[in-house]
Ligand binder design. Sequence first.
Ligand code: SF4
Length: 361
Amino acid sequence: MLLREAAPGAIAEVGPARLRRGLLAWYRRHRRDLPWRRSRDPYRIWVSEIMLQQTQVATALPFYQKFIERFPTLAALARARSPEVLSRWAGLGYYRRARNLHEATRIVVREHAGRVPADAQAFGRLPGVGRYTTGAVLSIAFDHSLPVLDGNVARVLSRLLALPASVRDPRGARALWRAAESLVPARGAGEWNQALMELGAQVCLPRAPRCDDCPLRAPCRARAAGRVEAFPPRVARRPTERSRWAMVLVRHGGRLLVVRREGPLLAGLWEPPAVVLEDGASARVALAATLRGLGLRARLEPTGRTVRHAITHRAIETELWRGRAIGPTPRSARLRYVDPARPGVAMTALARKAARADVEE
Ligand code: SF4
């Protein structure tokens, strides 16, 4: 069966009305009480949806509460300065999400009189807002009949309909979006979308799904065929790019010298001076050149430690060096000494790992 034919046929067979009744009844009994579920404020729902991308609910929860305490309204976030927004996001990672959200709230203030646009096209044009976020925010806040597709929903749909489609592959993602579209109700879409996500998070788990507790066990085609593990199909991952870095930790009175990153990746975040090592390059020479570029001189010693860090398909292995500063640190808005243990400093995840790995002798 071709993928594009699979979804509608399977849904008709399963019966959308029966599906919805069963799943919604389960959701009303079992949903977790989460702060963003107590609100219909589109700004608060938007913040939660952005935080929950690539982040577990338990991790996001305390950040969400503190973020909303500090920026209770869209206008408050739009007014804030970027370093403060990033520092309130520190620890959640994927800072691009915070930057986009901040920029988007400023656009909403400028172009939409401070009100989150309820129109899918207008909302979808904002930075960091894709089809998933549009569907989630507008269905939950405004009850628009729009589907969502995240990893949890994709897994439930692939199994329920025995659809050999993975969200990681563009063709599979299109088939899954069509399936999600066919199921989303004209009214109550927000509750339906949340129910699907909740089922994926609590019952239809990636490994060892709890089929005996599932409200969809009767119509589930993968379960009927005894092939739950076959769905969604595995897709080969993109090969990992490996790179070797060197980083120098210069301390002063327990604080660590950091430099503000510039350029397209992680701009505005802080980390100790670091350099990417070309094949065969000497870390000592490369680090000394990096420090000179910052107007610094230091005696360099290897620590013998490395830290490993992965960002999507990149694996970075970083040699850690220790630096004893020679002479004063130049005055520069790009350089500062910070206490890396303080949560409010917007440091890269690699910098935090490096600071923890290096213990002063
Ligand atoms: S019956 Fe099992 S595989 Fe099917 S939707 Fe429910 S938990 Fe997932």
